[in-house]
Design a binder for this molecule. Structure first.
Ligand SMILES: Nc1ncnc2c1ncn2[C@@H]1O[C@H](COP(=O)(O)OP(=O)(O)OP(=O)(O)O)[C@@H](O)[C@H]1O
Ligand SMILES: [Mg+2]
Ligand SMILES: [Zn+2]
Length: 555
């Protein structure tokens, strides 16, 4: 064992709880066991299940003390009598600990347990058998144990502990009283670490403790060892930066950069940040996890459910709506999943992040942009200007009474920068030509690109297939391409679509509480609208999407 590891054990052992009241984050367990001890209604076999490092073995020893304390059985063992002291040092002859990880066989069970079960306790009230990592026992070992657990002598108590409850045969589990240990909540872990740091006189930044708590993933043992590890590097002060450095957490500025590019839907900026991230040698999975953790914090705050996050993050995400952040979180989760099962972490990362840029997510922003569009149409309407509401009806309402139209998520909006980016990846000269030109969805469908130089137009014509492929990928379906010479004119309605106006979310990514009911696909011809709904086709042209008739649900 390395010197470092030995040091951690000392640290964890030093702070091992000696009584139920010192146990962190397991109120149900300590309460139930304390009550049973008070009422003198203890069981002869217990099964402690739960993740690593959350107090199973510790509780088993406390229970053994509680049963065998000279002043017991009591929920508050004295810690002074010989029994208590010996149990704390694991040297009691009446409390036998067996590590099933290294004693898996039937012979081990016979030797350690079955042959001693019948013997009376040497000194104490009970003979307590603590079988740690119980899931490691072989089948024959479990079978040998079965009869004894079923009908043990009255002075025997079994405590089985395991991280993998499902591997304990039902025949055994059903004969035990079962206690589920929970992973310890991050805020409790951080609080505990702060207390340990104070006792150990370790200088710490509170945010650094939050990071450590997060890295410990519910294990108190890990949290304490991590604190000890970070203390031993650097000048002994535990800072956010030292923790980040040590655990490969992604630096804050990179995370905020990526989040900012995602929210601004800026593929260029995103690509720039990713480049930096690769240069720093950061793992794609780590980036997504850290990003997710930060955005999750901000998301909960937006929902009014969380503690305020870092000021830097509050600022970075101030423009985002709760549903926008929720959408991002779902996308990050998906990317992480794909990363786990794919063979190229980088590809999974890039696909995950870039696809986020293309997709629709922010209904609030969509409505705002729709209103801007209406205003512009009204302003351009000349003498017989319509009210915004009337304009909305013209655009959105078909002639079928209550029915309204919304483009569906089945066709994604086409963002011009994303198109330029995608083409540049394939053919850099063509990408450069596109940068000097202008693309837009045509009112009647299809996509038009206008070039100011004949040379650029010629090149584009020769490589039209590259543009068409990129276009189809972004739109999620083939799009007719028109290439022509001409100077870009003033902003038009489609300009808004150009800038990546998200199409109303329907289906998986729709925000909760959407009040619209889909009553048919107008564009499919046979739907509720049909020829009567001329407005549908119109809207499709404007939004570059596929129109559906939906009905507003009455609340
Ligand atoms: N709930 C808890 N409250 C206080 N300290 C704890 C708790 N859980 C774990 N610890 C600390 O972590 C150390 C290890 O805990 P313990 O051995 O009880 O974990 P475990 O659940 O048995 O883990 P494993 O499944 O890995 O065996 C203890 O010595 C103690 O310092
Ligand atoms: Mg254990
Ligand atoms: Zn005692």
């Amino acid at each position: 064992m390395s010197k470092e590891k030995a040091a951690h054990q000392v640290f964890a052992r030093k702070y091992r709880p000696q009584g139920f009241e010192e146990l962190i984050g397991q109120p149900a367990v300590s309460q139930t066991l304390s009550n049973a001890l008070t009422a003198k209604r203890t069981h002869h076999a217990y099964l402690f299940t739960g993740p690593r490092g959350c107090g199973k073995t510790t509780t088993a020893r406390i229970l053994a003390k509680a049963l065998n304390c000279a002043k017991g059985p009591t929920p508050t063992p004295c810690d002074e009598c010989v029994s208590c002291r010996e149990i704390a040092l694991s040297s009691s002859l009446d409390v036998l600990e067996m590590d099933a990880a290294s004693h898996t066989g039937v012979d081990d069970v016979r030797e350690v347990i079955i042959e001693t079960v019948a013997l009376a306790p040497t000194r104490d009230r009970y003979k307590v058998f603590i079988i740690d990592e119980a899931h490691m026992l072989s089948n024959s070992a479990f079978n040998a144990l079965l009869k004894t657990i079923e009908e043990p002598p009255p002075h025997v108590v079994f405590i089985l502990a395991t991280t993998e409850a499902h591997k304990v045969p039902a025949t055994i589990a059903s004969r035990c009283q079962r206690f589920k240990f929970r992973p310890i909540a991050a805020d409790l872990l951080a609080e505990y670490l702060a207390a340990v740091a104070k006792k150990e006189k370790i200088a710490v930044e509170p945010e650094a403790l939050d990071l450590l708590a997060r890295a410990a993933e519910g294990s108190l043992r890990d949290a304490v060892s991590l604190l000890d590890q970070t203390r031993s590097v650097g000048d002994g002060t535990v800072t956010v930066e030292s923790v980040r450095e040590m655990f490969g957490f992604v630096p804050q500025d990179l995370l905020i950069g990526v989040a900012g590019a995602l929210l601004a839907r800026d593929p260029r900026a995103l690509a720039g940040w990713l480049k930096k991230i690769y240069e720093e040698g950061i793992e794609p999975a780590q980036l997504i996890k850290d990003l997710r953790a930060a955005i999750e914090g901000a998301y909960l705050v937006k929902l009014g459910a969380g503690e305020p996050v870092d000021a830097l993050w509050t600022k970075a995400l101030s423009g985002a709506s709760a549903e926008g952040l929720g959408f991002l979180l779902r996308r990050l989760n998906r990317a992480l999943e794909e990363l786990r099962y794919g063979d190229s972490p980088r590809l999974a990362l890039e696909l995950g992040l870039f696809s986020t840029l293309e997709a629709a997510h922010d209904l609030g922003a969509w409505v705002a942009r729709l209103e801007a569009l209406e205003k512009r149409l009204v302003a351009g309407g000349g003498g017989n200007a319509l009210s915004p509401q009337a304009a909305r009806s013209t655009i959105l309402k078909d002639s079928c009474g209550e029915a309204e139209i919304a483009a569906t998520a089945s066709v994604r909006p086409i963002s011009w920068p994303a198109l330029v980016e995608a083409v540049s990846k394939e053919k850099i000269t063509l990408g450069a030509a596109l940068e000097k030109s202008r693309g837009e969805l045509k009112p009647g469908g299809g996509y038009r690109i206008q070039f100011s130089k004949p040379f650029d137009l010629d090149m584009a014509k020769r490589s039209a297939a590259v543009i068409e492929t990129a276009l189809a990928r972004l739109a999620g379906r083939p799009v007719a391409l028109e290439l022509l010479l001409g100077s870009p004119d003033a902003a038009t309605a489609s300009d808004i679509v150009d800038r990546g106006m998200p199409v109303s979310a329907a289906g998986a990514d729709a925000p909760p509480g959407t009040r619209w009911k889909d009553i048919g696909e107008g564009a499919s011809g046979g739907g509720a609208g049909g020829g009567a709904c001329g407005g549908l086709k119109n809207a499709e042209g404007v939004f570059g999407g596929k129109a559906r008739i939906i009905k507003k649900n009455t609340p």
